[in-house]
Design a protein around this ligand. Structure first.
Ligand SMILES: Nc1ncnc2c1ncn2[C@@H]1O[C@H](COP(=O)(O)OP(=O)(O)OP(=O)(O)O)[C@@H](O)[C@H]1O
Length: 270
């Protein structure tokens, strides 16, 4: 077990931001937090990281646990000239070779000397992920890692995250609003609306009344139709190199078949 909370609560400005939260993340596991805006996801993540102090319950981290964190908001002075390689080593000591390995792992090795200001949203997220990997973390905490990324890019990014879990053997705690892809990549989903409304394997959560009440029946339907496995990679620009024959059809929520694999048609309304 990397992290374990029991009955965790955070109280600020006269109210409980989260309460009665039992959470565990184990090595090699992807746990995803979903929930409405203001439901307390970032508060829980910050408490796990030790950035917020709990007011109730208990929190245990494995001794010596190294945590790599990609925050929801990354504060940067955009007027300051900064290359990707410099950003990578602002807070972590690493050789040029180590920086390159991390950037290559997230598919942006070619951007090592680029100015951070010129990066697209998706490139920036990959650089921040590489930066978190530089710490060789036992636990990766990713707060909305696909923000600023188009839908095809989201799938590629989640597949990358899933691959990192396999190659590094780390646990991953991730926050996302993207129910559709989350449900495909997560081992366990926790739906947080100040307290835990429902949790479990994606299929269980998707069919729970609490989840349907929060996100609507179409979200659950979108999950259930996206049960196939991707056997191809998407390039950063969204194109599919090589043959795009998946060997299967893409089913839209309406039941129609989308032979071009346009993922947008499968997306649920969250
Ligand atoms: N230090 C604080 N003091 C008082 N209220 C706070 C504090 N930090 C967060 N909040 C409030 O707590 C609630 C939960 O915020 P949090 O950022 O954890 O939610 P979230 O689930 O991550 O939301 P989102 O999906 O919009 O990112 C919000 O209403 C927020 O305004």
């Amino acid at each position: 077990m990397l992290v374990e909370t029991h009955n965790l609560g955070v109280h600020r400005s006269g109210r409980w931001l989260i309460e009665h939260v039992d959470l565990t993340v184990s090595r090699g596991e992807i746990v995803t937090l979903i929930g409405p805006n203001g439901g307390g996801k970032t508060t829980l993540v910050k408490t796990v990281l030790g950035l917020e102090a709990p007011d109730a319950g208990s929190l245990h981290r494995a001794p010596g646990l190294r945590i790599g964190y990609v925050p929801q908001k990354f504060h940067l002075d955009w007027t300051m000239p900064l290359t990707v390689s410099r950003l990578m080593t602002l807070t972590v000591r690493a050789s040029r070779a180590e920086v390159l390995v991390a950037l290559e792992e997230t598919g942006v090795g070619h951007l090592m000397q680029a100015a951070v200001q010129t990066l697209s949203g998706g490139e920036m997220q990959r650089v921040l992920l590489a930066r978190a990997l530089l710490r060789d973390p036992g636990l990766l905490v990713l707060d909305e890692p696909v923000q600023g990324v188009d839908f095809t890019g989201e799938i590629a990014l989640y597949e990358l995250i899933s691959g990192i879990r396999r190659t590094h053997g780390c646990g991953i705690l991730l926050v996302s609003h993207d129910l559709h892809v989350v449900m495909r990549e997560a081992d366990r989903v926790i739906c947080l609306n100040r307290h835990i409304c429902c949790s479990g394997v994606p299929q269980t959560v998707a069919s729970s009344p609490e989840y349907r009440k929060l996100f609507g029946p179409r979200a659950a339907q979108a999950v259930s139709v996206y049960q196939h496995h991707h056997d191809h990679a998407h390039a950063l620009d969204g194109s599919c190199p090589g043959d795009h024959d998946h060997g299967h059809d893409h089913h839209t929520p309406s039941g129609a078949v989308d032979s071009h694999g346009e993922h947008e048609t499968e997306r649920g309304d969250a």
